[in-house]
Design a protein around this ligand. Structure first.
Ligand SMILES: Cc1ncc(COP(=O)(O)O)c(C=O)c1O
Length: 376
């Protein structure tokens, strides 16, 4: 057996980031301060988002985005449409913000919400659609935007796994009212932790700024709470590391994309066995991870998972169906079978890292392990 270890992601803190941290420490600002402002400005500049509010992590970004809806007429208990399968933060944040998640099945080929199944779930209590661009693949935003317009709904784009992805020549995060990002280690730009809410709407920006600080009146030094908020503050450690990462964003993105495309090419002959990441001509996917969803359960997900782990390839399940495959959501009353595509992917899909520190030899090794599994 090889002594290689294919980790899911990695974070190497370079000298520039260390210098930024030291500078910030010298200024005696540990929470907030100029470094956070700088991060918001540079983040906005990277993708053209006008207003940016840095928060403590991607989950908080999702919660804040949902809570902002109260300023636009939403009431507690109203409904937000969300994909049945995604990282659990998507469902948890809707609940934490006081809304009911209404789950819609996904497409097994794309891992994203099935746009054809959204409209039947819209009713008078629906206030928003949460579009999660899972595994770096943009959702079908044309259809989602049309529905949002028809029913006067807000769109929240969860871009936590899709930094830098494009849909029809526009960066994702530009199609809804507010978009959310995570800087957790596995993600393309990482501060160890951290997150961001981005918007082009000045009113939403004001609301987010207030929500981040227990709903205080923006700019007020006094305890004058205008709305129900929480503490979503980020501290300087992740802010400094992320800020440094913005500078090398495209270099990292391109290296990861090269890795992804190389492994996709190498594993071409395995496509009878599984769906891998796909990319349409009208989109640019973000190289978040390498995804495998078996085309037939007979190829045995459990064995594949164990085989990869035994060969030191760190992998994770393709999330599972939130409403029907996780005990956490049982209280919502859904029954197994309601979300067949999400459940299929939850039982037959996994993903592993494609990060910038992997070499060609690492990728050749991964490809070899995959051929060994499928062709034995
Ligand atoms: C789609 C999605 N949304 C939200 C989050 C939550 O981000 P964080 O871990 O920074 O809270 C993640 C995290 O990995 C994610 O993949």
């Amino acid at each position: 057996m090889s002594n290689r270890k294919i980790k899911f992601g990695d974070l190497i803190i370079n000298d520039e980031a260390k210098e930024l941290i030291n500078k910030a420490l010298d200024s005696n600002f540990v929470s907030g301060g100029y470094l956070v402002k700088e991060l918001e400005k540079e983040w906005g500049r990277l993708f053209g988002y006008k207003y940016n509010v840095a928060v403590s992590n991607g989950t908080d970004a999702d919660i804040a985005a949902c809570m902002a809806l109260y300023d636009f007429g939403a009431k507690r208990g109203d409904e937000i449409i969300a994909p049945a399968l995604a990282f659990a933060a998507a469902g948890n944040s809707v609940l934490a913000a006081g809304f009911k998640p209404v789950f819609v099945d996904i497409k097994r080929e794309t891992l994203n919400i099935d746009p054809e199944k959204i409209e039947e779930k819209i009713n008078s209590r629906t206030v928003a659609i949460m579009a999660v661009h899972t595994m770096g693949k943009p959702c079908e935003m044309d259809v989602i935007q049309k529905l949002a317009k028809k029913y006067n709904l807000k769109i929240i784009e969860d871009c936590c796994e899709a930094h830098g992805a494009k849909y029809k020549d526009k960066f994702i995060g530009q199609f809804g009212s507010v978009s959310t990002f995570s800087y957790y280690v596995a993600h393309i730009i990482s501060g160890g932790d951290g997150g961001m809410c981005s918007t082009n709407d000045p009113k939403i920006y004001d609301v987010l700024t207030s929500l981040k600080s227990h709903g205080r009146k923006p700019g007020s030094l006094y305890f004058d709470h205008m709305r129900h908020g929480l503490n979503f503050r980020i501290n300087i450690l992740p802010a400094a590391i992320t800020l440094e990462g913005i500078k090398s964003f495209w270099e990292v993105f391109n290296k990861r994309k090269k890795n992804l495309n190389y492994l996709l090419e190498k594993t071409k002959k395995l496509r009878d066995f599984a769906f891998f990441n796909s990319e349409e001509p009208y989109e640019t996917t973000s190289p978040h991870a390498f995804s495998i969803t078996l085309k037939n359960p007979k190829y045995n997900y459990k064995k594949l998972y164990e085989f990869l782990q035994d060969n030191s390839i760190e992998c994770k399940r393709n999330f599972g169906s939130m409403p029907t495959q996780h005990k956490a959501f049982e209280f919502l009353g859904h029954k197994l079978g309601e979300f067949p595509e999400a459940e299929y992917v939850g039982d037959n899909g996994l993903h592993f890292g494609i990060h910038q520190y992997l070499s060609k030899e690492d990728l050749d090794y991964v490809s070899g392990v995959l051929y060994e599994y499928f062709q034995r």
